[in-house]
Ligand binder design. Structure first.
Ligand SMILES: Cc1ncc(COP(=O)(O)O)c(C=O)c1O
Length: 392
């Protein structure tokens, strides 16, 4: 019976996407904790703080007020208008609420963006190191992710020259960038973003900008790609700045021509985004002062790592511009970051993410620190790592 089912139900080739290796690290951390050990978590890419109290209060009120039905497929109109206003307030960029789509986290936004922009077989450039689901979602949808290896000389970003060189060899249909980026925490300057948008659109390459870490910028202000063109697709989310990962609300700003196709797709795929979460998201925009306090905490954590890590021998890392990540070069100690992270966890109980998850080529030389935790954890993490590296 089981054998027959196995023969019949063979998973599709496109569902065969790689898992996150960090899951192995997290499982090992959980085992240590179950045995009574105390793990310093510097691997998790999510805020430790709760959602803004304005969001929680609005959700509570909505829960007691009764029925939570479906909403409009593109999102509650007042939330779409609030998001549009956010562009005027934060960037001075006017955005028509009609071009705003509320999504189930930015993760669902990627699926909608790729489905409406690309056909199967289309080639889409992504930066490496980069967030793995970009590549995996594209593959699952039958598109071809084209990894562009970035380097220090270009501030770890795709440049117009790099993009056009790849495009001339075999044409690209799209390019996706993130600034601030995961895992590197690096940012593109406004000029670099403007020039890349112009270069891409000049060649008919569709531009997707993942702006999920906006608001968490320390070196200079992050710029939105929406400033430079109404043809770009911008993705953002309540997950990071607003500390609302589990609420699963994101949004897109899309070209006017994509609104109706996305409406049809999202209507079929999801009907609408969870109503309670949308209500909370709208109220979260009033909680910005509280979130600025959380951001100051990250700034302090960043300072602790920038000062502490070089003292313990980890003195090579990428510019720590934004998000809550620091991408450190550990090639002095190992060329197998998975093994390095595993041993660090076993021997010091500090969990970090190996770079191989984000960069199959050079990731063996890097580990990613997340500084979304507390200052005390940062101090203790650095101290434990220092003692460990000293003994090696
Ligand atoms: C760069 C980047 N983009 C998108 C996401 C997806 O987040 P969400 O679906 O919670 O909006 C993440 C999550 O870690 C991320 O790091």
């Amino acid at each position: 019976m089981l054998e027959a089912a196995r023969r019949l139900v063979v998973p599709s080739a496109r569902s065969d996407v790689p898992p996150f290796m960090v899951m192995d690290v997290m499982a090992a951390a959980a085992r240590i904790e179950a045995a009574g050990g105390r793990v310093i978590h510097m691997e998790v890419g999510q805020p430790a703080a709760p959602a803004p109290s304005t969001a929680i209060a609005a959700a509570r009120a909505a829960l007691t007020s009764g029925r939570l039905g479906y909403t409009e497929t593109l999102g509650i109109p007042s939330l779409r208008a609030r998001i549009a206003r956010h562009y005027a307030e934060k960037y001075g960029v006017p955005v028509d609420p009609a071009r705003v789509v509320v999504t189930t986290g930015s993760s669902a936004g990627f699926i909608l963006a790729f489905l409406t922009l690309f056909e199967p077989g289309d080639r889409v450039a992504v930066a490496v190191p980069g967030y793995p689901p970009y590549r995996h979602i594209l593959s699952a949808l039958g598109c071809e992710p084209v990894a562009i290896e970035t380097r220090e000389a270009t501030r770890w970003a795709i440049t117009p020259e790099m993009l056009l060189a790849v495009h001339r060899r075999t044409p690209l249909k799209g390019v996706l960038v993130a600034s601030p980026a995961n895992p590197t925490g690096t940012m593109m300057t406004a000029e670099a973003l403007r020039d890349l948008v112009a270069a891409a659109e000049g060649e008919g390459i569709r531009f997707i900008s993942d702006e999920i870490y906006h608001g968490l910028d320390y070196a200079f202000a992050a710029e939105t790609a929406a400033r430079f063109s109404e043809s770009v697709v911008v993705l953002n989310s309540m997950s990071k700045y607003f500390c609302m990962t589990g609420w699963r609300v994101g949004w897109m700003v899309v070209p006017e021509t994509l609104v109706r196709p996305i409406d049809r797709l999202q209507g079929n795929l999801a009907i609408s985004v969870p109503t309670l979460s949308q209500i909370a998201a709208e109220a979260a925009f009033d909680g910005r002062p509280e979130m600025e306090g959380v951001k100051h905490g990250y700034e302090e954590n960043r300072r602790i790592l920038l000062e502490g890590l070089p003292k313990v021998g980890l003195d090579k890392f990428l510019p720590v511009d934004g998000a809550f990540y620091l991408y450190a070069d550990v090639s002095r100690f190992s060329s197998d970051s998975f093994d390095f992270a595993k041993r660090m966890l076993e021997e010091t109980h500090v969990a970090v993410t190996p770079g191989v998850d984000f960069d199959p080529v050079n990731g063996g030389h890097f580990i990613r620190f997340s500084y979304a935790g507390s200052a005390a954890e940062m101090h203790e993490g650095v101290e434990r790592i220092g003692q460990w590296l000293h003994k090696r």
